[in-house]
Design a protein around this ligand. Structure first.
Ligand SMILES: *[C@@H]1O[C@H](CO)[C@@H](O)[C@H](O)[C@H]1NC(C)=O
Ligand SMILES: *[C@@H]1O[C@H](CO)[C@@H](O)[C@H](O)[C@H]1NC(C)=O
Ligand SMILES: *[C@@H]1O[C@H](CO)[C@@H](O)[C@H](O)[C@H]1NC(C)=O
Ligand SMILES: CC(=O)N[C@H]1CO[C@H](CO)[C@@H](O)[C@@H]1O
Length: 464
């Protein structure tokens, strides 16, 4: 019966108590009542429950390691599952960036397995979406990508099956009540990275010089083939270059590129390098002659290696003669000048960490990460360049680690007695409390003093 009556708490308990006396206050982590004074005595937690104990946050998944000066995995870390801290997310739940268990990832991330844990990871570009190809499922009796069906290919990254683009698409078809396809709509296909079957193109907008809609296509698997033979067929188009600059593999099936009377570059490609089997063949006929192409300047950029190119630009090369930056071939990397500064790894230009200070007469970094800088842009924490020294990061045994930067911008541990960080060495360097509070407090004291002086002054004046 007593638990049903509302207990009136003593004032200092902030409405959380187990009796009327000031000694009956619950711990501040309790949401309401309790059986004792500790954070493990709450009936309900204000924030999170970790075993029997109420806590502000679950034990962090990462800890600052003072010997390596880096964050490392906390063996005692826990995920939040609703208001509970758990060692592992329940079955069918995944872990977010923030370490909470959720049913499904947000739309800009997708599920991946990492170290035996199902995690949500931000997608690099559009998230993976598998779509049926022409002739399968909803496209069963369809001949070609067309004005009616192209919207179903939005955001698709992988096509399970084949893609056909036939003249009927651009002409339209009164029999199936299909209007002509607006060439701009082809841009929808730019998200496609993989085709498990074949790619057949027999029509393309007359004013496009390349197969721009497939510039991100990386792999054609050729598990199904046109006429049982071809996995890539480009026939009878007005294009001058194929433009398939991301294509890295044609796993199976032959290639036919024929009757494209303006097409150059196709002969330069080292097709064997793309093929997955030794029996694959190419049939490249009746395109523009090599002599004509050369005469018109339709040749690979000089930055390309001898493996050929998909078109005229440095980003159309199969591989680079010198160095590459992202998808483009370049003359050289920004090692000693240029922004951002870079280092070279396997003939690739790789950016130095943003915490490295660009050097004028020397390299800026020797490798990846903030530990490979020649000089730091801001502060130095052990071997690493950091924007700010660690301030209140959790270390071993849930201790908070605070550091200050000395005159030469090197981070040092604050004195053990500093609860809110420090501005310098020793206990005399400690910050008094949270960062903004001191200035407000001194401000208020100042205002009070001023008011007192004024009041005294007015008093004296009135007495006269
Ligand atoms: C166009 O696409 C629709 C929907 O997939 C299909 O019903 C129709 O037959 C197609 N027309 C042609 C000519 O492929
Ligand atoms: C495609 O992706 C965008 C951005 O993620 C999203 O807003 C849109 O709804 C998606 N469209 C379809 C048809 O999936
Ligand atoms: C191709 O022609 C269409 C229609 O005439 C036009 O809207 C489009 O901008 C042109 N595209 C290019 C790349 O020239
Ligand atoms: C660039 C290219 O592919 N050119 C070829 C097109 O087809 C003709 C005729 O077979 C060949 O001579 C070209 O080499």
């Amino acid at each position: 019966i007593s638990s049903l009556t509302k207990v009136i708490c003593a004032q200092q308990c902030s409405g959380r108590c187990r009796g009327r006396s000031p000694s009956d206050c619950c711990h501040s982590q309790c949401a309401a009542g309790c059986t004792g004074p500790r954070e493990s005595d709450c009936l309900v937690c204000r924030r999170f429950r970790d075993g029997a104990t109420c806590k502000d946050t679950c034990p962090p998944l990462m800890l600052y390691d003072p010997t390596t000066y880096e964050m490392k995995v906390n063996p005692l870390g826990k995920y939040s599952f609703g208001a509970t801290c758990v060692r592992k997310c329940p079955r069918n739940y995944v872990v977010t960036d923030h370490g909470s268990c959720v049913r499904a990832c947000s739309s800009d991330s997708q599920e991946v397995e990492e170290d035996g844990v199902r995690k949500c990871k931000k997608c690099d570009g559009p998230c993976g979406k598998v779509c049926n190809g022409i002739g399968i499922g909803e496209f069963k009796d369809t001949l070609s990508i067309n004005a009616t069906n192209i919207k179903h290919f939005r955001n698709c990254t992988s096509i399970s099956g084949d893609l056909h683009i036939l003249p009927v698409a651009f002409k339209g078809d009164s029999f199936t009540r299909t209007p002509p396809l607006d060439p701009k709509e082809l841009d929808i296909l730019k998200t496609v990275k993989e085709i498990t079957g074949f790619l057949l193109i027999q029509a393309w907008p007359a004013n496009r010089t390349g197969l721009h809609a497939f510039e991100n296509l990386e792999i054609i698997r050729g598990r199904t083939k046109q006429h049982g033979q071809f996995s890539l067929a480009v026939v009878g188009l007005d294009i001058t270059s194929l433009g398939l600059r991301s294509l890295k593999e044609i796993s199976d099936g032959d290639v036919v590129i024929s009757g494209n009377r303006r097409l150059c570059y196709a002969d330069t490609i080292n097709w064997k390098k793309l093929f997955g089997t030794s029996s694959q063949k190419t049939k490249i006929t009746n395109n523009r002659s090599e002599k004509e192409c050369k005469a018109m300047g339709h040749v690979c950029d000089p930055l390309c290696s001898s493996e050929g190119c998909w078109g005229p630009k440095p980003k159309d090369c199969m591989s680079c003669r010198n160095f590459s930056r992202g998808k483009e071939c370049v003359e050289k990397c920004n090692v000693l000048k240029g922004e951002p500064r870079e280092f070279i790894e396997n003939s690739e230009c790789v950016q130095c960490h943003p915490e490295c200070l660009p050097q004028a007469m020397n390299v800026t970094c020797t490798g990846h990460g903030p530990g490979s800088c020649v000089k730091c842009a801001h502060n130095i924490d052990g071997p690493h360049c950091v924007k700010t020294c660690p301030a209140g990061v959790t270390g071993e045994n849930s201790t908070l680690i605070w550091k200050f930067a000395d005159a030469s911008h090197v981070c040092h541990l604050c004195h053990a007695s500093c609860a809110y960080g420090c501005a310098g060495p020793g206990s005399e360097g400690c910050a008094v409390s949270g960062p903004r509070i001191p200035s407000i407090a001194t401000g208020m004291v100042g205002a009070l003093l001023l008011a007192l002086v004024l009041a005294l002054g007015v008093g004296l004046f009135l007495r006269r």
